[in-house]
Design a protein around this ligand. Structure first.
Ligand SMILES: [Zn+2]
Length: 289
């Protein structure tokens, strides 16, 4: 090989080397830009924002019972209210002294209040001996002002179903009150954006009611929402499936009955507590009589 040819070959090798380095840098930069774009397009709520159950609490304490009864109590207003011109409102209002007596009855008779999160851990984790779920529909101010302090005093928990579009109205709780209850162990569930009859909606509208209310309340509490309640107890197999697809793990109805750990999680029956229930009636309803 002549000196001239050697020089040319050397130059070509150097050029090829530079070319490879440039290609390498380009690939590196493009890859990182794509990653950066993906990060930027991540929704506001990330899995990091959502509290997860620590691995230590998932360790075994299995429940050996095949099936456990889990009565789910349904309340709306907790207030002293009796207006002959508002029979619906009156019938949805349980006086505070009745509610207090019912909470005391549960304690005196060995019941423990649990949430749907607890229920879903059965049988991996042991449920309370006599579990009961207390639910409040519609997110009324009086449930926060009257029932919530009573629950706190007694170290009880309950599930509050919130209508995301009705937060902060004259008679409903505020976003910060929802956050406070969640931070103090209450389970927050969704009850849609504006309480429609889901069975009458198009698939698209139904999905937005289910998904957007869930996302909005999750943004307030910083936790994943697993529980849903069908407005006015209106559901069917299409609504049930859409609820499941929206990411919920449980849904309650207004069908009267005692739920158990074997019940279908998207058609859970409940026990309606009315203003006229005496403590005896309450006890009988709880026992499925
Ligand atoms: Zn409702």
């Amino acid at each position: 090989m002549t000196q001239a040819k050697k020089t040319t070959t050397k130059k070509l090798l150097v050029a090829a080397g530079i070319f490879i380095v440039i290609i390498g840098i380009t690939i590196y930069l493009v890859t990182n830009k794509i990653k950066a774009d993906q990060v930027e397009s991540t929704p506001v709520i990330t899995t990091d924002d959502i509290e997860t159950v620590p691995a230590s609490t998932l360790q075994s304490n299995p429940d050996s019972r095949a099936e456990v009864s889990v009565p789910i109590l349904m309340y709306h207003h907790i207030r002293n209210y009796n207006d002959p011109n508002d029979t619906i409102g009156t019938n949805l209002s349980v006086p505070l002294e009745n509610f207090d007596a019912q909470i005391k009855y549960l304690k005196d008779n060995g019941y423990s209040t649990v949430t749907f999160s607890d229920l879903l851990e059965f049988p991996t984790k042991k449920l309370a001996e006599k579990p009961v779920v207390i639910t409040f529909d519609d997110g009324y101010s009086d449930a926060y002002a009257n029932a919530y302090p009573e629950l706190r005093t007694n170290n009880d928990v309950a599930v509050f179903y919130i209508i995301s579009g009705f937060l902060g109205r004259a008679d409903t709780i505020t976003a910060s009150q929802v956050k406070e209850m969640s931070d103090n162990g209450m389970e927050i569930g969704s009850h849609t954006i504006d309480h429609p009859d889901l069975t009458t909606l198009s698939a698209t509208k139904m999905e937005s009611e289910l998904v957007q209310s869930k996302t909005a309340i999750e943004a307030i509490i910083g936790k994943s929402i697993i529980s849903f309640c069908y407005p006015s107890g209106k559901n069917n197999s299409i609504v049930d499936a859409a609820t499941k697809n929206a990411g919920y793990l449980t849904a309650t109805t207004t069908v009267s009955g005692i739920s158990t750990t074997s019940s279908d999680k998207f058609t859970l029956p409940r026990i309606r507590i009315t203003p006229s229930d005496s403590l005896t009636t309450f006890a009988n309803k709880l026992a499925g009589k």
